[in-house]
Design a protein around this ligand. Structure first.
Ligand code: BTN
Length: 333
């Protein structure tokens, strides 16, 4: 009900909505509207009430709050439901638990803080409260489990489009799952799934965006940054989470219909930071292990299975996500 109230207040053409109109739109009594508005105010929403005019939403708190995010996502989008936590171990873990219990596709889990934020390859994901976006969406795609890495690529497209829209800055993609701004990482994506050999029970796409962080721990500060650090402007995290979920839903539905990544190749390749640049392919899971095979080549872009096509001295290599790590020759990108 709160998300409907917020949505109606946001859509008000002259800024005000009467208690009567709100109660009709939301389908509850005026008393219930008043009670929910009081609770929203207690939560930090600034809502003016003016006699004979009604209610007006003045501002929203800088919090990742389920009803607020829901109210900013178009009706009919893949994401219809958001669950928010002040703190949780990992939004991916939460999403997987809910998926196991039968939660429907599109449900989004967000948290202010993660105590066990997960990165790829078992790494830790720095997850301080009130600065970033931590979000995970439940999916039930009827696709071959071998094609699940496509979800990461679609999420990358969605994050780039959302950041460009909300923050008026142009990020790029470092294949397969990093979003970069000024050659530093501002976002990572972790896709996990539960599957049989030929069937996906569910997948979870987890997205962590460094939004308003003003510093990073010593060990990652050379390669991690935030939108705030690069643009000097603080951003509306709830809006960024909502728009990202909205765009991801649109890309996902198109992908499911096309049954291929083909429609997205040129958009993705245009955003690929390593395109036509020399990259180092690290085969094996340990990036620094001396026994790993390393090859260099020129990254050309992704193919329609989402593999990175690299021109090497031994010919074309199609590098599959999850098996390798790709680095620029002289640093992170
Ligand atoms: C990476 O770059 O290694 C992937 C990082 C993914 C982090 C996000 S934050 C939201 C979701 N929950 C997690 O525990 N991880 C992902």
């Amino acid at each position: 009900m709160k998300s409907e109230i917020l949505r109606t207040l946001r859509e008000a053409s002259d800024g005000f909505v009467s208690g009567q109109v709100l109660s009709e739109k939301v389908g509850v009594t005026r008393q219930a509207v008043w009670k929910n508005i009081t609770q929203l105010k207690e939560y930090g929403f600034v809502i003016d009430s003016v006699t004979n005019k009604g209610y007006s939403l003045v501002s929203s708190p800088d919090r990742l709050y389920a009803a607020d995010i829901e109210s900013r996502i178009d009706k009919g989008s893949l994401c219809q439901k958001v669950e928010s936590f002040d703190t949780t171990d990992s939004t991916n873990t939460r999403a997987k638990q809910l998926a196991e219990l039968g939660e429907r596709e599109g449900t989004l889990i967000v948290a202010e803080e993660q105590t066990e934020g997960k990165g790829r390859r078992g790494r830790h994901w720095e997850s301080k409260p009130f600065t970033s976006v931590y979000m995970s969406m439940i999916l039930r795609p009827h696709i071959d489990p071998a094609h699940i890495s496509g979800m990461t690529l679609l999420a990358a497209l969605a994050v780039v489009k959302a950041i460009k829209q909300v923050c008026s800055t142009q990020p790029f993609i470092k294949w397969p799952n990093d979003i970069v701004l000024e050659k530093k990482k501002i976002c990572g994506i972790l896709t996990e799934m539960s599957s049989e050999l030929d069937y996906i029970n569910y997948a979870v796409v987890g997205i962590g965006i460094n939004v308003n962080n003003s510093s990073f721990p010593e060990e990652i500060k050379d390669k991690a940054t935030s939108i705030y650090l690069e643009t000097g402007k603080k951003q509306d995290r709830a809006q960024l989470a909502a728009i990202t979920a909205q765009y991801f839903g649109e890309y996902y539905r198109e992908f499911i219909e096309a049954k291929s990544l083909k429609p997205f190749i040129s958009e993705y390749n245009a955003l690929l930071i390593n395109r036509d640049k020399e990259v180092k392919i690290l085969y094996g899971m340990q990036e620094n292990a001396s026994e790993n095979k390393i090859e260099t080549g020129i990254a050309r872009g992704i193919n329609d299975s989402g593999a990175l096509v690299v021109d090497t001295a031994h010919g074309i290599e199609c590098v599959v996500s999850g098996e390798v790590s790709v680095r620029g020759l002289y640093g992170y990108v």
